[in-house]
Each structure stands twice: as structure tokens, then as C-alpha cells.
Design a binder for this molecule. Structure first.
Ligand SMILES: [Zn+2]
Length: 922
């Protein structure tokens, strides 16, 4: 219901006046942080635990009329994750109403511009402010406490105006992490000896710092909890995600960010970031707080999807990230001469000085106020622009639309060059030689735009069809659920139907692009086309901040059809946020038993459940199919939820061999490896029992007595010539404290992979019949074992010596590539002959002449010169015929399985999980 704007304003003014008095009276009874925690937030050498913080949230909420405490779900360690909603008491009384306005504007469904303007005038700006995501960045959780306290207690005009105009969602992003890090810091009685780093384990149960890499997949509880608030419940206009630390010589890195930004965004999003960034930067300048750096001043871009901040862009939300310096232990701002000269990136440089935690808290508070003041002043504008972006998306998805990609711009240039072989000289004119026109600005006739860009086949899809008839539909349903958790509108077919001449069964899913979150939909189905990012011709590539390409449908191996024309059918919309299950399967009659193909990943969950129930399972050597005896009917029926199809078999396959669960060891290290944590989570999800082992366990030898399979996730095994202290290519390695100050429970985790101790132990394990699986960079083990393979990505230098290809010629950051598989190998059972893999500067091999004689068997390779599917692959032709995965035999049936691509990447790459799973049975 809409009310005249003037009346609302008048009512609010009255409310504000009367409430200001009440607040003044009650503020004295509010528990201050000092009274609750025993110190002032920002005091040197002091940190709060989550237990204390949670108690403060509760006490403060009970005492205040501005707060509502919302339980948004459990963490992976079982704590309650809280969001504190903060606004004026008048707004608090109508919270559901304002949430509904925010939702309606963001989704923009069926709203006219007039209605949108009225709703925008009536609504409240919804601003998300979080803290604590990366727990060792302790500023995050502490600025959250301090900001909450300020907005609960202050009665100045600005605070009251913000509370009247905005609804603030103060969200704790990682409760488990704060508890771990603060306790770790405080365990030393002497303040000067306290440290936040060198933690014994990850500050999120499974994935540590990668908890900011999970926001389109939502594998973890915390991401799922927060995505629900962001994309299903509140749909805020601004999302402010706090981090630490700034680049050396700066205090804060913040918005706006460097290029490239993603081509699927609405331009209002990009300029919206400029506006809020300007408000933040300016406020610090006005308050005399130097050291804010933006754009080229830091490495953060707006290209990638998957971070707490960045996934918001694909939902038309202004996502902010700041990286601010600070430590409870006083520190120094160093002198970095290149940052001392004011530039548009850093207009107000900070000078070298001693720096206290309280200063970082004060900066964070200023920045939060800047964002909220902006939101309060621009409230209806922000709300209306949200609708405008959503409406633009719906319109783009309802008509023929072409998204500009770098390859299309290149195609325009190429078409012109084809018609004008020597344009550089011939086209020179007074206009083009002007000093205001760079060679990049050269004009070419407009017809090339229309000819090249507007080809009908280059239109963006109107929608995507995910057929229920595909080899691994249960995994396709998991893909749909990732979209559901991200607030995407989805339809389900209630009957069989035909679109573009193809038949689809009932139960298929339909994702139309005529929806507000169209950028996210395109991003999950379409290739990302990262620009060729070089500072100048011949320069080394500018690295993307994270992945260059991640198309989730490709990573998960989901089959889908892109529909370029308007289409319809017997489709029913799913309620927002309703998670889907694969259709329960019915078991056909069987005399001997059933065969289950490995094509569905859930087949492994099924088999693991049956094995755990003591049921004898065998597998066909020829096909890899699992054979389940008829006596297991009841157990099989209990697992109908997995959606795995079982075919009846009238006899046991003649080549069937009984399988048993392998005794699995999973490598990890002190501090916790993120790839290992992701793998641990994955094994738990699919029901593979396993033991986590540390370097000392491996070095102790006699591994074959205890294990059948040892898994080395990416980052476990360094390059052969690297210093042994280099734990590999994993970005976040951990210092180890000395053994004597190590709590006893963590002492056995100390130690590192070494060529002289670990490699012989692994060789002995292999030669005693064990299986070793390496993933990603741990393919280095093949070099340590001196197998007959070589780096495929080399060239001869001017000195005639072989060297790795330089960055100007070859560079492939995190991207999706297509490889061929040997489908007859037991290790690749269930894989199609060609599939997409996640490649991240991965190792690529060629065989040495004696490799085949020694039984080395390629499992996956690059069959052609254009394997790129999504991302950025500069010089991809060098990959041709390169080997991505292979198997090497050892005595007594031992084998090494090397998968150089990231086959378990962030537990997103469902399309290649079975390469690991196949190795996990005896
Ligand atoms: Zn961080």
C-alpha cells in the first residue's frame, strides 16, 4: 500500500523528535563496550572473543529500542550466527514492511516506474555492514562491535537521520573464526608476545580464508546463511564487506576498484560504486584522515564472482570492500616513496608513523558513517536505481540483446582490417593526428558494428533449459540449488514440452534471463571472457584478482541448452529460496541385482552408504558400473533421495570384482591447507571415511600398513628445486611457532614435506601397492619421483637452453578448459570422452621417450590448440597435445594418479569429482 510522501515525512519528523528524547533518557542504561568487555574497543593488546561478542549483542539488544537480533543460522562449528538489525524504533515496528519494499524494488517484477518511485519514496535504504569474515583480520569483528555501539547509543543529528532513513544489517560473518583467533591471541599473558597469525588450524572449519570464495556456490553454512539474507530476505542496496589490510604505505584500499569490470553489469552499478567510493574517500579527507587508496592504488577489481562483495554486483547491489591496516599490537605505517606523491588513486597520502588499533577502529567508523550518510541522503535514489537496474535486466532478457565481449571488439577490428589491409597510413587525417586522439581512438565505419556485433547467433539467451534427461541430473539439481540460494528466479516444467524442436521431460528446470538478477544468471551459464590485460604491448600479463573464468554450469558438468528466442511452456515458478531435490527413483524389479553407472556423482554416495551397511558391492572391470545384489533392496530404497538410477541385472557381471572402502589418508599441514579443507568437506559430503595426516605422519613411514590411498590436494608438494620452506603455490602459508610454545594437541601437525624424508616414504608406500592421488600443483610429486615426464610448456632461449614459456607468450590464470579423457582407463570411469576442467596455471606434461615402456598412461590431454571454454588463456595453443593427467604404475600394483588441473576446486568442480572418487575403493 502506498501513502502520500508528505504525510510519511511529517509522521517521521514527529517520531524522530519524540524518540530523540527517549533515547537520551535510555542511553545511560545501555551497556558500553567497556562495561561489557572490560576494555575499550581498539585498546592496544585487547581482543574480544565471539562468546563475549554474542553476549554483548544480546545484552545491547535487550536494552535498546533500535535493535533486533536475528539468528541467521548455524556455523560449521555449530555456533549461532547473528545479524543485528539496527534502525529507528519507528522503522523497527515496520521492519517486514520495509523488507518487502526492498525485495519488490530489487526484483522489479511487474512494477511500473510510477509504482517504483512511490515505493522508493516510502522505503528505507537497506545497508549491510559485516565484520569478521577473515578472522585474523581482527579489525573486522571489532569495528562491527564499535559501530553497533555508536548506532545504538548516539543521539547526534547525523546518527538519528541515518537511523530514520536506513535499516542497517550488522552481520557477523565468521563467529567460529573470531573465537579461535581471539583465544589464540590472548593465550599469551605477556601482551607484547601476542600474535594473531601462526594459527594451528583454519579459522573457518574447512576453508579458512576461502570463506570469501564461496558466494555463488554456497557450499558452507556461513555463506548460505548470509546469501539468504542478501539475496532472498533483505536484498540490500549497499553491501559493505570489511577486510584488512591495505597495501603497504596506505591505510585503506576501497572503492572504486581497478578494471576490468564484468561486461554483464548494469552501468548504474559501476557509477554507483564511484559515488559511494567518493563519499568514503571524501569523508576521510574532511576528517583529516589520510591514506585512502582506490582504483589502480590496489589490486582489487570488479571482475570476479564468488566473494561476499563481488557476488553482490551480479545482483545489482553496490558491494564495497575496504582493506584497512591495524593490529591490536601497535605497528608502523612504512615509508613507500611511490605512494607519497598525491594521485587520483591516492589523493591524500599517509606519512610514515606509529599506528595504533584505535586509529583503525576510528577509520572504520568514519567509513561506515560515510556509507550510511550517503545511503541516508540518497535513500530514495538508491532504492529507485535498484529498481531501474532490475527493470533494465528484465527488459534485456525480454528482447534481443548483445553483450559486448573483447573477442567481438577484436572481430570488428579484424573485419575492417580485412577490407582495408593498410588502414594505418591511408586513413591518416588531421582528426586522427590530433594530439587529443590516440591510435586507440581510430574511427572505422559504423557498418562493422552492425555486421559483426549484431549477428543473430551472438544474441544473449532468453533463457536456459536444464533437462531432467541428462547423465547426472542429481548434480544438475545441485547446480539449480546454487542458483536458488543466490536468489535466482527459476521455473520447473510440470509436463513434457518442446522448445526449439527439442523435447524435454517434466521436471526439467527453466532459468529465464528476464529477471532482475540476469547478470548472475548469465554469469553462471555463459563463458567469462577476460580481456587480454597487459599494461603495454610486450608487458607481462596483469594478473586477475582471483579467477578469470568460473562458469558454474561448466565446472559442474551440467548439460543445458541456450535458447535465443522467446519461449514458453508448462512452467511453474518455484517459490524464491525453495531448495530442490532430485526426483526420488523407483527401483525396477531385479533377479540378481542392479547396475549403477558412475556417471552420476551420487552413485558414490549410494555405494558408500551400502558399503557402510555391510552390503557386498562389486564393479565391472569393463564398464565401471557398480553391481548391487538383490538382497540390498531395502537399503537401496532407503537411498531413493539420491536420485540415482539403478538398472536391473539378471546376473552378476562376469568381470565383477568386489570392492571395499579404501583406507584413505588426506594430507594437511599445520595451520590448515584450504585445498585440503575443501577436499575434507567433499569427502564428508559423499561419505568417504578418511584420516587426516600431517608431514610427520608421512615421514614416519610404514604407510602401507595403515593406508591404501593417500591424497595430496593442491599446494601440498612444492616444486623440486624450491626451497623446502616454500609450501608450494598456495597463497596463504602459515608461520609455525616454536614447538615448546605450541599447545600439545597441535604439536604433531608441525613439519613440512621434504624431498629427503617424505619422498622415500611415499615411494615405499607406492612400491608396496599403495595408491597416491595428487591434485593441482601437487603434481610436482611426479618430478620428485623422477618419472619419465617433462614440462610441456617450455621453449629454447637465445642461449639454446630450455626455459619455461615467459608470461608475454603464455599465461592461463584460473579458467575453464576442455580436455579429452581416455574413457577406457579405470581411473576415468564415468567421465565423458571430453569434459571441462578447472585450470589454474596448472602443470602440463609431455612424455619422455621411455615413458610408455615404463607403463605411464596419459589419462587426460589437450586435443587441440583452442581448449579455452571460460576465462583467459593467453597463448593457449601451446597446450596442444599437452598431458593434463596420467597414471604411473609401481611394484605390487601401486600407482600414482596425477591430476594437474584443480579437479576438486573449492568443491565447485562436480564435473571432475569422480576422478578423485574412482581412486577411493580397493
Ligand atoms: Zn580479508
Amino acid at each position: 500500500m502506498l501513502r502520500p510522501l508528505r504525510l510519511v515525512t511529517a509522521t517521521l519528523a514527529l517520531l524522530s523528535a519524540s524518540l530523540a528524547l527517549t533515547r537520551a533518557a535510555t542511553a545511560a542504561e545501555l551497556p558500553t563496550p567497556r562495561s561489557h568487555f572490560g576494555f575499550t574497543i581498539g585498546d592496544d593488546y585487547h581482543l574480544a572473543t565471539y562468546t563475549q561478542t554474542e553476549a554483548y549483542f544480546k545484552t545491547l539488544t535487550a536494552a535498546s529500542d533500535r535493535l533486533r537480533l536475528v539468528d541467521i543460522g548455524k556455523t560449521e562449528e555449530g555456533r549461532t550466527q547473528w545479524m543485528v538489525v539496527c534502525t529507528s524504533p519507528a522503522n523497527l515496528a515496520k521492519l517486514d514492511h520495509y523488507r518487502s519494499i526492498s525485495q519488490r524494488l530489487a526484483r522489479a517484477e511487474g512494477l511500473s516506474e510510477t509504482e517504483a518511485r512511490a515505493l522508493a519514496a516510502e522505503g528505507r535504504a537497506v545497508v549491510w555492514i559485516d565484520g569478521g569474515l577473515h578472522a585474523t583480520e581482527t579489525l573486522g569483528a571489532h569495528q562491527l562491535i564499535e559501530t553497533l555501539w555508536n548506532f545504538t547509543s548516539r543521539t547526534d543529528a547525523e546518527t538519528l537521520r541515518i537511523l530514520d532513513q536506513c535499516i542497517i544489517l550488522f552481520t557477523h560473518a565468521n563467529p567460529d573464526g573470531q573465537e579461535l583467533v581471539s583465544s589464540w591471541y590472548l593465550r599469551r599473558p605477556e601482551p607484547a608476545k601476542r600474535i594473531v597469525d601462526a594459527l594451528p588450524r583454519l579459522y573457518q572449519k574447512y576453508i579458512g580464508h576461502d570463506n570469501n570464495r564461496d558466494f555463488f556456490m554456497n557450499n558452507m553454512s556461513e555463506s548460505t546463511n548470509m546469501s539468504r539474507q542478501l539475496y532472498l530476505e533483505w536484498l540490500p542496496q549497499i553491501v559493505y564487506n570489511h577486510h584488512q589490510t591495505a597495501p603497504a604505505g596506505a591505510v585503506v584500499a576501497g572503492p572504486p576498484y581497478r578494471d576490468p569490470f564484468n561486461y554483464v553489469y548494469d552501468p548504474i552499478l559501476v557509477t554507483g560504486l564511484d559515488s559511494v567510493g567518493s563519499a568514503m574517500n571524501t569523508r576521510l579527507n574532511v576528517e583529516g584522515k589520510p591514506g585512502y587508496t582506490q582504483r589502480s592504488g590496489s589490486v582489487f577489481s570488479t571482475w570476479w564472482n564468488g566473494g561476499l562483495r563481488t557476488t553482490t554486483y551480479f545482483h545489482n547491489m553496490l558491494g564495497l570492500l575496504t582493506e584497512t591496516i591495524g593490529s591490536p599490537t601497535p605497528m608502523e605505517v612504512p615509508l613507500v616513496p611511490s605512494r607519497q606523491l598525491p594521485t587520483s588513486a591516492t589523493p591524500f597520502p599517509v606519512t610514515p608513523q606509529k599506528w595504533h588499533y584505535a586509529q583503525s577502529i576510528a577509520y572504520s567508523l568514519s567509513l561506515n558513517y560515510a556509507v550510511l550518510d550517503y545511503a541516508a541522503r540518497q535513500r530514495d535514489y538508491l532504492l529507485f536505481n535498484t529498481w531501474r537496474m532490475g527493470k533494465n535486466s528484465i527488459d534485456r532478457g525480454s528482447r534481443d540483446t548483445w553483450t559486448p565481449y573483447p573477442s567481438r571488439i577484436d572481430a570488428i577490428k579484424a573485419a575492417h582490417l580485412r577490407d582495408n589491409p593498410a588502414p594505418a597510413r591511408a586513413a591518416e587525417s588531421s582528426e586522427e593526428t590530433s594530439r587529443f586522439v590516440s591510435p586507440n581512438d581510430r574511427r572505422i565505419p559504423s557498418k562493422y558494428y552492425h555486421e559483426v556485433m549484431k549477428k543473430p547467433e551472438l544474441r544473449d539467451p532468453r533463457g536456459y533449459l536444464v533437462s531432467a534427461d541428462q547423465p547426472d541430473f542429481p548434480t544438475a539439481v545441485k547446480f539449480i540449488n546454487a542458483l536458488v540460494k543466490s536468489g535466482v528466479a527459476i521455473h520447473r516444467a510440470t509436463a513434457d514440452f518442446t522448445v526449439a524442436g527439442k523435447e524435454y521431460p517434466a521436471g526439467s528446470y527453466v532459468v529465464k534471463t528476464a529477471q532482475a538478477f540476469r547478470p548472475h544468471v548469465l554469469d553462471m551459464f555463459e563463458p567469462q571472457e577476460h580481456p587480454n590485460d597487459f599494461a603495454y604491448e610486450g608487458a607481462a600479463p596483469t594478473k586477475p584478482y582471483d579467477s578469470a573464468g568460473w562458469t558454474l554450469a561448466f565446472e559442474m558438468g551440467v548439460k543445458f541448452d541456450r535458447i535465443l528466442d522467446a519461449f514458453d511452456g508448462p512452467f511453474t515458478p518455484l517459490p524464491y529460496g525453495e531448495l530442490q531435490s532430485p526426483p526420488a527413483t523407483t527401483l525396477p524389479a531385479a533377479t540378481a541385482g542392479w547396475l549403477v553407472s558412475r556417471s552420476a556423482n551420487n552413485a558414490f554416495t549410494l555405494v558408500n552408504r551400502l558399503l557402510a551397511a555391510g552390503i557386498a558391492i562389486s564393479t565391472s572391470a569393463a564398464t565401471g558400473d557398480f553391481f548391487i545384489p538383490a538382497s540390498a533392496r531395502a537399503a537401496l530404497e532407503k537411498s531413493a533421495d539420491l536420485g540415482v538410477t539403478a538398472r536391473s541385472a539378471d546376473r552378476t557381471p562376469i568381470d565383477a570384482k568386489t570392492i571395499t572402502p579404501a583406507r584413505i589418508a588426506l594430507w594437511d599441514r599445520y595451520g590448515g591447507s584450504m585445498p585440503s579443507g575443501w577436499t575434507r568437506w567433499l569427502l564428508e559430503q559423499y561419505g568417504f571415511a578418511h584420516t587426516v595426516v600431517y608431514p610427520a605422519n608421512l615421514d614416519a613411514g610404514k604407510l602401507r600398513e595403515n593406508y591404501d590411498v593417500i591424497i595430496f590436494p593442491s599446494g601440498a608438494i612444492p616444486r623440486p628445486n624450491a626451497p623446502i620452506t616454500d609450501a608450494g603455490t598456495e597463497a596463504f602459508t602459515v608461520k609455525e611457532p616454536s614447538a615448546e610454545e605450541m599447545p600439545a594437541e597441535y604439536r604433531d601437525r608441525l613439519g613440512k614435506f621434504t624431498p629427503d624424508k617424505t619422498v622415500p616414504a611415499l615411494r615405499a608406500f607406492l612400491e608396496a601397492g599403495g595408491t597416491v592421488v595428487t591434485v593441482g600443483t601437487s603434481a610436482n610429486l611426479a618430478y620428485h619421483l623422477r618419472l619419465p615426464i617433462r614440462n610441456a610448456l617450455t621453449e629454447l632461449g637465445k642461449d639454446g637452453r630450455e626455459r619455461p614459456l615467459p608470461g608475454e607468450k603464455y599465461y592461463i590464470p584460473g579458467s575453464i578448459l576442455r580436455v579429452s579423457f581416455d574413457p577406457t582407463a579405470p581411473a576415468t570411469r564415468g567421465m565423458p570422452a571430453e569434459a571441462d576442467i578447472y585450470f589454474d596455471a596448472s602443470l602440463v606434461f609431455k612424455l619422455a621417450p621411455d615413458a610408455v615402456a615404463k607403463g605411464l598412461r596419459p589419462l587426460a590431454w589437450f586435443p587441440n590448440a583452442k581448449p579455452l571454454r571460460s576465462g583467459w588463456a593467453w597463448g593457449q595453443h601451446y597446450l596442444r597435445d599437452g598431458i593434463a593427467a596420467f597414471e604411473a604404475p609401481f611394484d605390487n600394483g601401486g600407482k600414482l594418479l596425477v591430476f594437474a588441473p584443480e579437479i576438486t576446486f573449492r568443491a565447485q568442480t562436480h564435473g571432475t569429482f569422480k576422478l578423485l572418487f574412482n581412486a577411493l575403493y580397493q
